[in-house]
Design a binder for this molecule. Structure first.
Ligand code: 2HG
Ligand code: ZN
Length: 453
């Protein structure tokens, strides 16, 4: 038994240092099954003080750490590479009462989004971010990766909800900023710096989030359109006419076919169409009429179905939200999460199949995403040994069209070699200087976001 495991046992108790390969396994492979590595051990502290002690002990022993939340990330950022201590934060699950005066809440990093939603809703409020992995994704990981999801259109991504946090720095120092002040102009914004830093600068242990109104009346429309251009025309109409718009999602015929076969879902319409847009409106009073009027006036609409009740809404959302699980059931995909300016979207979608076929014959790309942000999830099945070439081909097309190689999932381990397509040399140098200032010995998430020095 090596020294560091003994020291960690002394900090978190023997039951929370997992060395047995069978016990480590669930932490060592990510949700997609594409990224896998070996941890020296898994350590599960229960509070900030234990996290700080773990980080201090690892720093003293020169042992690197991989930080993990709900392990729902899709770019390999939370799985170990080569024998790191895997620091799992799921036991940091304290949830403070909702601060109704400020409309904010403070939560431990390990609280799942679903638990936070239930907590906020019980107080008549809601969480601004929502995403399909809600039952397992943890708020610490969501802040660390600046998660997006299906409501970015209305409330922004995770960093926009953030009013403060607590984090452990690489030397074990605890940084606490949880007052949640609405205005606080006192120099560098460390809270925002840590959002999206993917565990490379500090370990986030608690977050303070602003909450949004709980909107009880919702209506969802699944709209058939003739392709990407039609989807964009509908989006423009929806953005200008629907004050209560809270989601605008895009999928295509091949994705719908896969989802239907996987979930045994009936066809949404009597005919098949090239593309589909899901719109959701949320308000205090029923927004159904508003949606129906828009659909009646918009030439891009080929057919549409609208649901206001909970069961009907869930039925329509399933066509979009089960893409990820249906794709994973068909194989281990190469997942690319990109965005381009909206004027480039149709051109990109049109050239994707050719670009994929040129480097990985027989592979197929399923495309879906958050159309409002020009954010496409390009999932390529059957790439086999050509995963790198597929990634390279798609990300270069995105860069040529002035887009980002990671729109909402982060860089993780998966996109590190392509970061220079989205960041200039000057920016990369600045990022490296920030990393060195926070983590001079490179013990936090080595190989994530930036290459190991
Ligand atoms: C979504 O929008 C998630 O459903 C997952 O970001 C995307 O599976 C994916 O590629
Ligand atoms: Zn997404």
């Amino acid at each position: 038994m090596s020294d560091i495991e003994e020291v960690l046992r002394g900090i978190v108790g023997p039951g929370h240092v997992l060395v047995d390969p069978d016990l480590r396994a669930a932490y060592e492979t990510d949700w997609t099954r594409r990224f896998t590595g070996t941890a020296r051990c898994v350590v599960r502290p229960r509070d900030t003080a234990e996290v700080a002690a773990v980080v201090r002990a690892c720093a003293a022993a020169g042992v690197p750490i991989t930080v993990q939340g709900g392990n729902t990330g899709l770019v390999g950022g939370g799985v170990p590479d080569r024998g790191e201590v895997l620091l799992s934060l799921t036991r940091l699950s304290d949830l403070e009462p909702v601060d109704e005066l400020e409309s904010q809440v403070t939560a431990g990093a390990g609280v799942t989004l679903e638990k936070l939603q239930a907590h906020a809703r019980a107080a008549g409020l809601d969480v601004g971010v929502d995403l399909a992995a809600r039952s397992a994704a943890t708020v610490g990981g969501m802040v660390a990766t600046n998660a997006g999801g299906i409501r970015v259109l209305r409330y922004g991504s995770m960093r926009d909800q953030l009013t403060g946090l607590e984090a452990v720095l690489a030397d074990g120092t605890v940084l606490t900023r949880l007052a949640g002040l609405a205005k606080d102009n006192t120099g560098y914004d460390l809270t925002q710096l840590l959002a999206g830093s993917e565990g490379t600068l500090a370990v986030i242990t608690r977050v303070r989030l602003r909450l949004v109104p709980l909107l009880p009346a919702r209506a969802v429309a699944l709209v058939a359109v003739d392709g990407t251009e039609g989807a964009l025309a509908l989006l423009a109409a929806a953005r200008s006419r629907l004050a209560t718009l809270s989601a605008a999602e895009l999928c295509y015929a091949d994705g719908i076919d896969l989802v239907r076969a996987h979930g045994r879902l009936s066809a949404p319409f009597a005919e098949d169409y090239p593309a589909y847009v899901l719109l959701e409106c949320a308000a205090h009073s029923d927004p159904t009429d508003e949606i129906l009027e828009l659909l009646a006036d918009c030439d891009a609409v080929q057919d549409a179905t609208v649901a206001g009740d909970q069961v009907g809404r869930a039925r329509l959302w399933a066509y979009r939200e089960t893409h990820t699980e249906a794709i994973s059931a068909a194989g281990v995909p190469v997942k690319l999460d990109v965005c381009v300016p909206l004027r480039e979207l149709a051109g990109l979608v049109a050239e994707l199949p050719g670009a994929v076929a040129a480097v990985a014959p027989g592979a197929r790309g399923i495309v879906f995403g958050h159309v409002n942000e020009g954010n496409l999830h390009v999932n390529v099945l059957g790439a086999g040994e050509h995963a790198e070439e597929v990634t390279d081909a798609v990300l270069r097309l995105v860069a040529q069209r002035h887009g980002s190689i990671s729109s909402e999932h982060g860089v993780g381990r998966a996109k590190v070699p392509w970061l220079e397509l989205s960041r200039s040399e000057a920016e990369l140098a600045a990022l490296r200087r920030i990393k060195t200032a926070f983590d001079p010995d490179g013990i936090l998430n080595p190989g994530v976001l930036l290459p190991v020095r």
